[in-house]
Ligand binder design. Structure first.
Ligand code: ATP
Ligand code: MG
Length: 231
């Protein structure tokens, strides 16, 4: 469904991604792991059209999207939960969700389904987003991404800084989306969080594909990742 084929990305004259390839199919949870600065968020931003690729291609359902402007990407039902949440912090919970809904003209039922995954938000619709707890903000960022009815959802370190109960809720949401045939690209540093979920794992180093693993391989031998991630 989503396919990155040997993409190069640079910031100015500094190249960060070197021939990076990956793909995500419907109903698949694919994890992207690598050390800090490996280029994970850069890959996500390239998919979202926020960074230009200088070589290679990005395709959705066989359609080349790598030259599309950023505002066209959510319309293709590619959703993003960005690293660090990045909500509209002066707006309320409901208003943040409204912005997600506007992308595809989703109605109340779309919003309702997103809220059902995170009942805590339901009770806080009129609260200013910036006053939510960190975990609640992460839920809102996720719920907002669900409002575009994603077929592919990109999550950039969604459990960063969250306690285990919050992490579990995000994980449950991801598993539910998998059942609905959403393709998930999950950037994670936490091997324990990756272990429980991944169908496949891409390990990248210095902007390059280093190795791919099946979820089973990582479950059987987590040391494979731990060694490379230096954690
Ligand atoms: N706007 C930018 N301008 C210049 N260099 C950048 C910019 N954004 C990121 N970089 C550099 O690109 C490299 C990859 O960064 P990126 O954010 O993709 O890493 P990451 O794998 O997401 O790391 P982390 O796990 O810390 O989030 C880093 O060396 C970073 O300093
Ligand atoms: Mg990052």
């Amino acid at each position: 469904m989503l396919r990155l084929d040997r993409i190069d990305v640079s910031y100015g004259r500094v190249q960060v991604l070197f021939g990076l390839s990956l793909n995500v199919s419907a109903g698949e949870i694919v994890c992207l792991v690598g050390r800090n600065g490996a280029g994970k968020s850069t890959a996500i931003k390239a998919i979202m059209g926020l960074l230009q690729i200088s070589s290679g291609s990005i395709e959705m359902d066989g359609e080349r999207i790598s030259h599309y402007p950023p505002h066209r990407i959510p319309g293709l039902q590619i959703g993003l939960v960005p690293q660090g949440r990045r909500l509209f912090s002066e707006l309320t919970v409901a208003e943040n969700l409204e912005i997600g809904l506007m992308v595809r003209g989703g109605g109340r039922n779309v919003r309702q389904r997103a809220l059902e995954m995170f009942p805590r938000l339901q009770e806080r619709l009129d609260q200013i987003a910036g006053t939510l707890s960190g975990g609640e903000q992460q839920m809102l960022a996720t719920a907002r991404a669900l409002c575009i009815e994603p077929r592919v959802l990109l999550l950039d370190e969604p459990t960063e800084g969250l306690q285990p109960s919050m992490t579990a809720q995000i994980r449950n949401a991801v598993l539910q989306l998998k059942k609905q045939e959403v393709g998930i690209l999950l950037v994670e540093q936490r091997v324990d969080a990756v272990l429980a979920l991944a169908d496949r794992v891409y390990l990248i180093e210095n902007g390059r594909n280093l190795r791919d693993y099946s979820g089973r391989e990582i479950n059987d031998t987590p040391e494979l990742l731990i060694k490379h991630l230096g954690i």
